[in-house]
Design a binder for this molecule. Structure first.
Ligand code: PLP
Length: 369
C-alpha cells in the first residue's frame, strides 16, 4: 500500500475502466456515441481520473446529475461535451450555459428559466414509463412546442431513461421504445429533429441494441460490473477496496467480539482489526455476515461493523500487523466482489461503490490519469 500511514485505500484500475469503455463503445456500434456517466464522483471511483482516462477511448461525452458536477469538470480543464440532468428549476443556468454544459429539460418551468438564462443547448427528457424524472407524457406535445418557439434554445437531444433493462425479457423495454418513437414523432411534427436521441443505460447497451440510437449512457458497466444477470459482456471490475491490519490478537475460545458480543469464538483464533467501518462505506449489514480476503483466504467478519473499524476472524492464519486485507476486488484471486457485498448488504453494487467514503483515499494504476 503506497503512502506513509495509509491504512485503507480504494485502488482503481484505470486500465479496466478503459477496457470497459472501449468494449461498451464497441457494443454501442459505430452509429452511436458513448457517454461516460461520471455522476457521484464516477460511482465513487474519482471523477477526474476516470473522465480523463475514458475520453478518446470510445467515450466522447460525459454525463452528470448536478450542474456543480459539470462545473467541476470544466474547472479541471475538461472540454468534452457534458450533459447535466438533475436540478431545481431555479438553478444557476447562466453559469452552466457560460461553461458549455448541455442541460436536460424535464418541466416547462425548467425550459422557461433556461431560455431566460442564455443561449442554451438542451436535451428534452420525456418520461416513457419510468415515472421518475422527465416530462410527463401528457405534457410532452406542449413542451415540444414551447421548445420549438424558444428562440434562445437549441434542442440538441431528446432522451429518456429505462425502467427495467436489467431484467431480461421484461416487456417494459419494448413499451418504452414505442413511447420514445412516438415522442420523437411528435417532436418531428413540431419541427424538432435533434442531433442526439438517447435511451440506453448500461443494461440497454449490453442487452437491448434497439435502445442504442445516437448516444448511449454507460454508468455501472463502465466500472466493470455486469449490468444484466446472466449476460456476460466481458467487463472488468475496476475497484479494489483494501486495508491493513492495525491490530492483531490471539484470543481463547468463548471470546465475545465487538459491540454486544454478537460473535463469540468457538476455538482459539486470531482477530484482525481492519480500520474501515460504516462511515467509510462498509455496510453495517455485513456484521457477522460478510467476508474479506486475508492471505488469499476468505475469512468472516466477526461481530458488528462499527463506524470506523471491524474485526475479522482469521482463524489460524499467520497474520502480522500491517498485513493486507482485501475487502472486495475483481474476484480473480478468490476475494469477494462488489456484487457479493451488495448481496450481503441487501442492496445493489451501485450503492456499495458510491458509498465508499471520502475518508478512503483513491489510488490509481493501469493507465495515465
Ligand atoms: C445513472 C444514470 C445512468 C447510468 O445508469 P447505469 O444503469 O448505471 O448505466 C444513465 N442515465 C441516467 C439518466 C442516469 O441517471
Amino acid at each position: 500500500m503506497a503512502g506513509v500511514g495509509l491504512v485503507a485505500e480504494a485502488v482503481v484500475d484505470l486500465g479496466a475502466v478503459v477496457h470497459n469503455a472501449r468494449l461498451l463503445a464497441g457494443l454501442a456500434g459505430p452509429r452511436a456515441r458513448t457517454m461516460a456517466v461520471v455522476k457521484a464522483n464516477a460511482f465513487g471511483h474519482g471523477v477526474l481520473p476516470v473522465a480523463r482516462a475514458v475520453l478518446g477511448n470510445g467515450v466522447s461525452w460525459l454525463g452528470v446529475t448536478s450542474i456543480t458536477e459539470g462545473l467541476e469538470l470544466r474547472e479541471a480543464g475538461i472540454d468534452a461535451p457534458v450533459l447535466a440532468w438533475l436540478y431545481g428549476h431555479d438553478d444557476d443556468f447562466a453559469t452552466a450555459i457560460r461553461n458549455d454544459i448541455d442541460l436536460s429539460v424535464s418541466t416547462a418551468e425548467h425550459l422557461e428559466a433556461i431560455a431566460a438564462a442564455g443561449a442554451a443547448r438542451v436535451h428534452l427528457k420525456v418520461d416513457t414509463g419510468l415515472t421518475r424524472n422527465g416530462v410527463q407524457w401528457e405534457e410532452w406535445p406542449a413542451l415540444v412546442k414551447a421548445a420549438a418557439l424558444a428562440r434562445n434554445v437549441t434542442v440538441r437531444g431528446i432522451w429518456s431513461h429505462l425502467a427495467s433493462a436489467d431484467d431480461p425479457g421484461n416487456p417494459s423495454v419494448g413499451q418504452q421504445i414505442e413511447r420514445f418513437e412516438e415522442a420523437l414523432d411528435i417532436a418531428r411534427k413540431a419541427g424538432i429533429e435533434p442531433e442526439l436521441r438517447h435511451l440506453a443505460n448500461s443494461a440497454g447497451i449490453v442487452d437491448h441494441p434497439a435502445t442504442h440510437y445516437d448516444l448511449v449512457r454507460a454508468g455501472l458497466a463502465l466500472y466493470g460490473v455486469e449490468p444484466v444477470p446472466g449476460v456476460t459482456a466481458g467487463l472488468r471490475r475496476a475497484m479494489t477496496l483494501r486495508a491493513r491490519a492495525v491490530n492483531v490478537k490471539r484470543v481463547p475460545p468463548g471470546t465475545g467480539v465487538s459491540y454486544l458480543h454478537q460473535y463469540v469464538t468457538g476455538t482459539a483464533a486470531t482477530m484482525v482489526l481492519v480500520p474501515v467501518g460504516y462511515a467509510d462505506g462498509v455496510p453495517r449489514l455485513l456484521s457477522n455476515r460478510g467476508e474479506v480476503s486475508v492471505h488469499g483466504e476468505r475469512r468472516p467478519i466477526a461481530g458488528r461493523v462499527a463506524m470506523d473499524q471491524f474485526v475479522v476472524d482469521a482463524g489460524d492464519l499467520p497474520v502480522a500487523l500491517g498485513d493486507e486485507v482485501t475487502l472486495f476486488g475483481d474476484g480473480s484471486a478468490g476475494e469477494p466482489t462488489v456484487e457479493e457485498w451488495a448481496a450481503w448488504a441487501q442492496t445493489n453494487p451501485h450503492e456499495i461503490l458510491t458509498g465508499i467514503g471520502a475518508r478512503v483515499p483513491r489510488t490509481y494504476w493501469g493507465a495515465t490519469a
